[in-house]
Design a protein around this ligand. Structure first.
Ligand code: HH2
Length: 280
């Protein structure tokens, strides 16, 4: 009898946690770019041991997850070939067994290999528009998914981004991509949404997105924001050191409803968000 009663509970325990359950507000995602050319930390983590050590440091500093990426999406960048992306990220993922990892990729094969190595989230800046096989890879796994908005492609996206109303257009896009993900068999509760700060957006577009973040929260899925070290902050402050600006942007986004903050400087963000959450 007791065994029967406990059976549903143990089944429940095995259920994949939703984004909301896995990432309480606010949660920090630490950025681990294994690239020679990322806009703020390119070249820092090209060596797999160094990258894995910095990922572990981020978790020790309070990150809920680390986002490992082998392809820079900075404005003006070209894509990287599958072989090269695998060569960059696999040795790092192999060294991060047991560490909570997200894979920042638009390629199905990179995601598949990363999930085999224990990644729990696929962060796709193309929102499943880049590789037709990626939705199936996520649907066939227990992975969570981040769908991000980008206008255009990294090579040209900052040339002259235009919107009639950036907030309603980006929200409509995310709503449509969420429906596409669900239609492909990915459970809605495993998906989070990201308006894509800096991806085909001016400084004013980025600020308007954070100002009206409630519109994205109203879509019903947790919102991820990555404002850390982005060039809009330099444009706004004129400062070379973007730490304080990044922290302020993350706290502003959190206060308007963001759940996951994607950041480079984990400790400063965790401390700031802990205080912001305490007074919320
Ligand atoms: N920003 C970058 C990369 N991936 N993913 C999500 N979901 N949201 C973001 O805002 C986001 C992202 C760009 O930042 P970074 O990884 O530091 O630079 P690069 O693309 O040059 O590697």
């Amino acid at each position: 009898m007791i065994a029967h009663e406990s059976a549903p509970a143990s089944c429940n325990h095995l259920r994949v946690l939703s984004i909301e359950e896995r990432f309480p507000r606010p949660s920090v995602m630490g950025v681990v770019n294994v690239t020679p050319d990322s806009f703020s930390d390119g070249g820092v983590n090209v060596d797999a041991d160094t990258a894995a050590a910095s990922a572990r440091r981020m978790i020790a500093d309070g990150a809920a997850i680390v986002d490992v990426g082998g392809e820079s999406t900075r404005p003006g960048s070209d894509g990287v070939a599958l072989d090269e992306e695998l060569r960059r990220v696999l040795p790092v993922l192999e060294r991060l067994q047991g560490v909570p990892v997200s894979i920042d990729t638009a390629k199905a094969e990179v995601a598949r290999r990363a999930l085999e190595l224990g990644a729990e989230l696929v962060n796709d800046v193309t929102a499943l528009r880049g590789d037709p096989d990626l939705a199936g890879v996520v649907a066939d796994s227990e992975a969570r998914l981040c769908l991000m908005h980008m206008q255009g492609e990294p090579r040209t996206m900052q040339e002259d981004p235009r919107y009639d109303d950036v907030v309603s257009e980006v929200a409509a896009f995310l709503e449509e991509r969420l429906a596409a993900a669900v239609a492909a068999g990915i459970p809605e509760e495993r998906v989070c949404l990201d308006p894509g700060i800096g991806f085909g957006k001016t400084l004013e577009h980025n600020l308007e997105i954070v100002r009206r973040l409630d519109v994205f929260v109203a879509l019903g899925r947790p919102v991820l924001i990555g404002f850390s070290r982005k060039s809009s902050l330099r444009r706004l402050t004129g400062s070379g050191d973007l730490l304080a600006a990044s922290v302020a942007a993350a706290v502003s986004a959190y206060e308007r409803g963001a759940t996951i903050l994607r950041v480079h400087d984990v400790k400063a963000h965790v401390d700031a968000l802990t205080v912001a959450a305490a007074v919320a």
